[in-house]
Design a protein around this ligand. Sequence first.
Ligand code: NAD
Length: 472
Amino acid sequence: PDSDKTTTSSKKSAFDALAASRLVTELRGNFASGKTRSYEWRLLQLNAIAKLVVDHEQEIVDALRNDLGKPPLETVAYEIAMLKNSCRIALKELKHWMTPEKVKTSIATFPSSAEIVSEPLGVVLVISAWNYPFLLSLDPVIGAIAAGNAVVLKPSEIAPATSSLLAKLLGDYLDNSCIKVVEGAVDETSALLQQKWDKIFYTGNGRVARIVMAAASKHLTPVVLELGGKSPVVVDSNINLKVATRRIIAGKWGSNNGQACISPDYIITTKDYAPKLVDALKTELEKFYGKNPLESKDLSRIVNSNHFNRLTKLLDDDKVSGKIVYGGEKDESKLKISPTVLLDVPRDSLIMNEEIFGPLLPILTVDKIEESFDVINSGSKPLAAYIFTNTKKLKEQFVMTISAGGLVVNDTTLHLAVHTLPFGGVGESGVGAYHGKFTFEAFSHKKAVLYRRFIGDAPVRYPPYTNTKMRL
Ligand code: NAD
């Protein structure tokens, strides 16, 4: 029967609003039975996710190779290891997270006690993106299950090998009556978005995020929106240049060839320091990816021809002509673009007015490094911002004046791996946050519970409201 299917593939069957509505009704029924609320069910599902990741590591690596030409080490380090860690933390902490938190009460309610009970929201939808398609799909699902919800996952159609592997593995390993995968693109996602959900967790770009939020608003459904932006790197001269350069490269090209939401989007440094930084980037890039980076097996390819053409257009813009100081090679047949550094691009060029999400790295220059803060603050709030400096005052100024989803001082992207830090955007880079306990909280309602007994029934609150009572 249909209800036993975990996967609804657009290739196999039309998944329309009616099918979506049936799916949600089925999940609502199963959620109402109470099974997802028990500690044992949550534990069983989380252990099953941990097991499926271990059992199918090679297939996951192969799927990401197919979808993105992703180097196996990047898949193992950034998708598989991080997922294992998320499972480990959720399994270790689940009991603690589920335990109601006792809180103080007020004199106005004396005698009483109170607690905050974390309850599941109900039936939730997770829509994920293509660039870290395994991690970005399962990480929120882990939190949704830990919090006791029924969940539908809609992976990205732009990473089709991973999408179908996820559908197969979740079908094989998890409780299909409460956890489902719907594969598909815009039509299928639109059908899902027409339904009433108890939370929508979306990862992707800001344009679609607005569609998601508009759909959610019809039912007052809360959303988490994990978006992107132009994440800057401020490079001061008081640094260890070699270490800083390597860390910038790791965050940019070593993270899916720049196709990562927190990858450095552009650098700001001083006019005086820029030549040194460019030289260091050239030296280290060549050490990492050789003289012909288009042949390097350690760089992901561009995901598809749409994105290849979009990035090509950024380089073909007249305003950046002559600004490439390193790289710029392309191979359309293999969808490869080499690591490319541009110096002194105009602020009104195309490349400075959209998220780059690829292997191009412009460097802006300023007279004094402090001016970089104004440059950053004049744009939308980014998902991440980085600074390299040994100067205490500059670090402090950076932390106090830059508004971004997350900041890292003297490195790039690593805040993602610290599960005690919330991961999410601010302003146009997103709404809400997750990772570690924050994922559990994103899928929970914190229910306020006040306990009273029948003693201490103070007459003052009841009519008649006499003058004596007024004076108390
Ligand atoms: P994408 O194209 O895979 O889209 C994301 C999801 O939206 C997919 O599941 C897709 O099917 C769905 N979708 C696309 N068009 C839709 C429509 N019209 N209606 C409904 N659903 C639709 O991914 P993308 O948006 O190209 O992802 C890249 C963006 O995501 C970048 O901006 C990046 O910074 C951001 N991102 C953010 C994070 C984060 O954790 N904050 C992580 C990864 C990517």
